[in-house]
Write a protein that binds this ligand. Structure first.
Ligand SMILES: Nc1ncnc2c1ncn2[C@@H]1O[C@H](COP(=O)(O)OP(=O)(O)O)[C@@H](O)[C@H]1O
Ligand SMILES: [Mg+2]
Length: 317
């Protein structure tokens, strides 16, 4: 990093919105605003709503820092608006956002490219309601085994994810997942460690391991409540596994066309040591407990420097 301070820019921090992850976004956004102010920028926090375009036009910022999570922030909707208005923005462009926010599409891309992701099948609601897909469930269950994971195709923060221990638990898990998304994934359950590798400016940061302290695993409340999940960074892995996790994360980031930064969630199977990729997050969390800031910290990059780097990438400087 250069010692000369970056020139002062007018930056809009996009946060809040209607997503189920609104609170997380407000928390990320507030921290980002503070950091950008400390870095000397002119900062405008914007809770995303009906007046978004009008306010962006009025402010005419040099860049938008996207601190939105969940649907609109990650699926390309906001990126689309920023492209139309010609405002540079942090993170991945529209097509990569579309690929990553649809876990089914992302997983198919990985399979096609020969990159490991847990075996899965997916159904949309039409298949169940109108095409009798429920009849195929026993075959799906036989292929994936139990327990299996049922998750909505397009949510984040473990929303709507259920672990079904036996065939009797699958219908309720499907109903829960369909309440979040019209497409669901049934996925092979990996008995293993929960890892995340953040990518920043073409480089894989140290691996973070999330260790749930609850018996019921990793749920929405646990993820954002300090004390219910313990994070280790760098994760205690042998050098070869660390290197493989970082290589794999970079390969998936590139495969899906991500830009600037992302966070790749992986599992490491306890029995075989095999690594698989669950998903890629184009807008990683930036809260107190979030993983990208922890990974940056592990290479000696504090929060302000991280935010400054993310902004510089958007500005192309
Ligand atoms: N196939 C799986 N096997 C074991 N655990 C899983 C599996 N899929 C998800 N999980 C658990 O649920 C968490 C969230 O899953 P993920 O696919 O990353 O969705 P999101 O983070 O978008 O909610 C993972 O970090 C992991 O702890
Ligand atoms: Mg995840």
């Amino acid at each position: 990093m250069s010692a000369t301070p970056a020139p002062r820019s007018r930056v809009v921090v996009l946060k809040g919105g209607r997503s189920l992850e609104r609170q997380v976004s407000l928390s990320s956004g507030a921290r980002v605003e503070d950091a950008l102010e400390r870095l000397g920028h002119e900062v405008h926090g914007l809770d995303v709503g009906h007046d978004l375009v009008a306010r962006l036009r009025a402010l005419a910022p040099d860049a938008a820092f996207i601190a939105l999570h969940g649907s609109d922030g990650e699926n390309g909707t906001i990126q689309e608006i920023l492209e139309i208005l010609g405002i540079p923005y942090t993170g991945s462009r529209i097509s990569a956002c579309g690929r990553c926010s649809d876990k089914v599409l992302a997983k198919h891309e990985m399979v096609d490219a020969g990159l490991p992701t847990p075996d899965f099948l997916s159904f949309n609601e039409t298949a169940f309601k109108e095409l009798g897909a429920a009849e195929a469930l026993p075959a799906v269950e036989a292929r994936l085994g139990f327990p299996l994971v049922v998750k909505p195709a397009d949510q984040g923060s473990a929303l709507g994810i259920k672990f079904a221990a036996d065939p009797g638990a699958v219908p309720a898990a499907l109903v829960a997942a369909f309440s979040y998304s019209e497409k669901v994934i049934l996925e092979h359950f990996v008995d293993g460690r929960d890892l995340a590798v953040s990518i920043l400016d073409g480089r894989a940061l140290p691996v973070v391991e999330a260790v749930p302290l609850d018996e019921d695993g990793y749920d929405f409340a646990a993820r954002y409540t300090i004390g219910r999940t313990r994070f280790t960074c760098p994760a205690e892995l042998d050098d070869a596994t660390t290197a493989r996790a970082q290589e794999l994360a970079l390969a998936v980031h590139d495969l899906l066309g991500c830009r600037h930064f992302s966070r790749v969630d992986l599992m490491c199977d306890n029995a075989s040591g095999a690594l698989t990729v669950l998903e890629v997050n184009v807008i990683p969390g930036l809260t107190e407990t979030s993983l990208l800031p922890q990974a940056a910290d592990a290479i000696g990059m504090d929060f302000d420097e991280l935010i400054g780097t993310m902004l510089a990438l958007a500005l192309g400087s």
